[in-house]
Design a protein around this ligand. Structure first.
Ligand SMILES: [Fe+2]
Length: 236
């Protein structure tokens, strides 16, 4: 009887020890997994494509055109994230001295700016009211160009230039001056230390579905839909 009791107690102790050990193991594993997730979360500051579907229905822009453009923008976001991951991995593996690394570094400017400029472009669309002459931007345009009309003429002339690219109203942060810039490619020609105030996509994909070669009509459609409230917020 005593032997049976002792054996029973020993079994219970063994079971308790095993349970306690297993629980500890599980907790340790859980912590490790959680740690990996945290670490991964910390290092992977990825970008998420913004939803601009509220622009669908905007006058002068067909749904097909906008949806195609959103898809193209989403591609830039995906590629920006991919490049961040690949470049980080190459840095870890000591592959920074390779031609692959150099080319991907160059490519990063293209993908990142493609992502960000499209965000500025879509965000400065969807407006319904014209710029007020006595608003801070209205006054600043008059101060820099003589009048809103002169600024618009210059912005539209810049946008009508042959070639593909972007027209961007930039503000120089050193003195507040405004410029209409032509940007030929995403990754080159941006003025250092300047803020993009109004961004206009004049790549052919931005208008050809609706306007063919009639870029002037696309420029007019853009001007009818500028979200001046949003644009004004960018001004310093
Ligand atoms: Fe575009």
């Amino acid at each position: 009887m005593k032997k049976r009791t002792m054996a029973g107690i020993a079994s219970i102790l063994l079971l308790l020890t095993w349970t306690f050990y297993s629980y500890g193991e599980m907790m340790a594993q859980g912590k490790e997994i959680a740690g990996k997730q945290t670490k991964k979360g910390e290092k992977m500051m990825t970008y998420t494509a913004k939803d601009f579907s509220k622009l669908i229905g905007m006058a002068g822009f067909s749904e097909v055109l906008l949806k195609n453009h959103f898809t193209l923008y989403q591609g830039y976001v995906t590629n920006t994230n991919k490049l961040l991951e690949i470049l980080e991995q190459m840095l870890k593996e000591g592959k920074t001295g390779t031609p692959d690394y150099a080319e991907l570094k160059r490519r990063f400017g293209w993908e990142f700016n493609g992502m960000r400029l499209h965000e500025f472009y879509f965000e400065n669309l969807g407006g319904k009211t014209p710029l007020k002459a006595d608003s801070p931007l209205g006054k600043k345009l008059t101060e820099n160009f003589g009048s809103y009309e002169v600024w618009e003429k210059d912005f539209q002339a810049t946008s009508s230039m042959r070639g593909i690219g972007w027209t961007i109203l930039y503000q120089d942060t050193t003195n507040g001056r405004l410029f209409n810039f032509w940007i030929n490619e995403h990754d080159v020609g941006h003025p250092a230390g300047c803020l993009p105030i109004l961004v206009f996509d004049v790549f052919e994909h931005a208008f050809m579905i609706d306007y063919g070669l009639k870029r002037a009509d696309y420029i007019q459609a853009f001007f009818k839909n500028i979200n001046w409230e949003q644009v004004e917020k960018r001004l310093k």
